[in-house]
Design a protein around this ligand. Structure first.
Ligand code: ARG
Length: 456
């Protein structure tokens, strides 16, 4: 098959080179975006009298037909045509004859491929924003039912202070809120139009870049043609945002895995989201959150891959840049899969409120509150801390929890202790009094929940 660029060559391309350099195996995902970009380009060419209206109509009809065939899966892509751009151009020429060859007037594959990727990533970013929001809605639906559910809060994975379960879930809500904001914000930069930058230097044709930019829904054309074809920041930014997002997904997954272990036993994931063991009949494994946690590696890898690829590349286009696509597609698809599963898995999990409560009853996570009790009575907090440390040590030796010590025992450590210490140590009280802004106190959590609902 002769190449669309074959004029300058005296020999056919080596078979291995053809396979090695072709990207059609993966960039066919850009087909519809490529057609959309071409339609805008050809409309502009006619508006600017660079081609005739009839030619433009013929080309657009041809492109429409090809789009239909691609949607029906009725096309055979050819490796010899290297990439999606040349495959479509070849199909167009086959469909409508030599006039199809006018499509590429005043354009290069360099601005074309950049345009396709901007269009692709804009679409996917908007879809991902919706999916993140669905996860937020799932968190809110659980949080709504569990404001008063108390579980141990941890630091260093040691029991620290009890918190409302809704508060814990909402911590993830705000992480996802920031991810959503970052995705939204990145749209500003995704939405620059490279089309019309040509190969690198612009074009002698009297094209109208603003017109194609408007038609494609971009905010503005890139002001510099070299930058337009060389810039992959918008993909780097997407991969960075994705890396942060998958970090959040992974941390949440880790907690779901811990909580559903027999050691914690705070939640049970729905059977539909777990799998069994081929040998151990008792097993119910949290495979989904484990895989979500595991997917983190490839997403970080995709970011590192593109950073490394771009470092040291001279302006403008270099073939290295063809390697920018698979990591981007993989990240989009990995996140799409993860977010689709995460929302229903959260929504359907069973929260074992009595086990959470039992855990709080059987720990020393109210110790800070005794220190605060003495501090309120005038003892400097640092001294109170020392006294309570001794009380905790004493209680552990006696195999008692803090609510089980008698008033006499307390008074051996300080004569400031009175009968009201017991109500101050009750878990609900311990949570309720943390009423500072953004704290776990029930009133604060209700406020927070109300605020969260305004974001979904
Ligand atoms: N398949 C190429 C890519 O993805 C399209 C751009 C080709 N440009 C070129 N000058 N060879 O990067």
């Amino acid at each position: 098959m002769t190449k669309l660029w074959g004029g300058r060559f005296t020999k056919p391309t080596n078979q291995l080179v053809e396979e090695y350099t072709s990207s059609i195996g993966f960039d066919q995902k850009l087909a519809m975006h490529d057609i959309k970009g071409s339609q805008a380009h050809v409309t502009m060419l006619a508006e600017c009298s660079i081609i005739t209206m009839e030619e433009s109509e013929q080309i657009k009809e041809g492109l429409q037909k090809i789009a239909g065939k691609i949607a029906d899966g009725d096309v055979d892509y050819s490796v010899a045509d290297e990439d999606i751009h040349m495959n479509i151009e070849r199909m167009l020429i086959e469909e409508i004859g030599p006039v199809g060859g006018k499509l590429h007037t005043g354009r290069s594959r360099n601005d074309q491929v950049a345009t396709d990727m901007h269009l692709y990533l804009r679409e996917k970013t908007n879809e991902l924003i919706q999916l993140v929001e669905a996860v937020q809605a799932a968190l809110v639906s659980q949080a709504d039912q569990h404001v008063e559910t108390i579980l141990p809060g941890y630091t260093h994975l040691q029991r620290a202070q009890p918190v409302s379960f809704a508060h814990h879930l909402l911590a993830y809500f705000w992480m996802f809120e920031r991810d959503k904001e970052r995705l939204h914000d990145s749209l500003k930069r995704i939405n620059w139009s490279p089309l019309g930058a040509g190969a690198l230097a612009g074009t002698p044709y009297a094209i109208d870049r603003q017109m194609t930019s408007d038609q494609l829904g971009f905010d503005k054309p890139y002001p510099n043609s070299l930058d337009a074809v060389s810039d992959r920041d918008f993909i780097l930014e997407f991969l960075s945002i994705s890396s942060i997002l998958i970090t959040h997904i992974s941390r949440l997954s880790e907690e779901l895995i811990l909580w559903s272990s027999q050691e914690f036993d705070f939640i049970e994931l729905d059977d539909a989201f777990c799998t069994g063991s081929s040998i151990m009949p008792q097993k119910k494994n949290p495979d989904v959150p484990e895989l979500l946690r595991g997917k983190t590696g490839r997403i970080y890898g995709n970011l590192m891959g593109l950073l490394t690829l771009l470092k040291g590349l001279p302006l403008a286009y270099n073939k290295d840049m063809q390697e920018d696509k698979e990591g981007m597609f993989d990240t989009v698809e990995t996140l799409d899969g993860a977010l689709h599963l995460l929302a229903p898995m959260i929504e359907t999990m069973t929260v074992k409120t009595s086990h959470m409560r039992q855990a709080v009853n059987e720990d020393y996570s109210n110790a800070t509150d005794i220190a605060d009790y003495l501090a309120v009575k005038g003892l400097p907090f640092r001294q109170a801390h020392e006294v309570i440390g001794k009380i905790v040590l004493y209680a552990i030796e006696k195999q008692k929890f803090l609510l089980e010590l008698s008033l006499e025992e307390y008074q051996q450590f300080s004569n400031l202790f009175e009968e009201d210490i017991y109500e101050k140590l009750a878990p609900d009280h311990v949570v309720a009094v943390r009423d500072s802004e953004g704290g776990t106190g029930f009133d604060q959590v209700h406020k927070q929940l109300h605020l969260a609902k305004q974001h979904i």
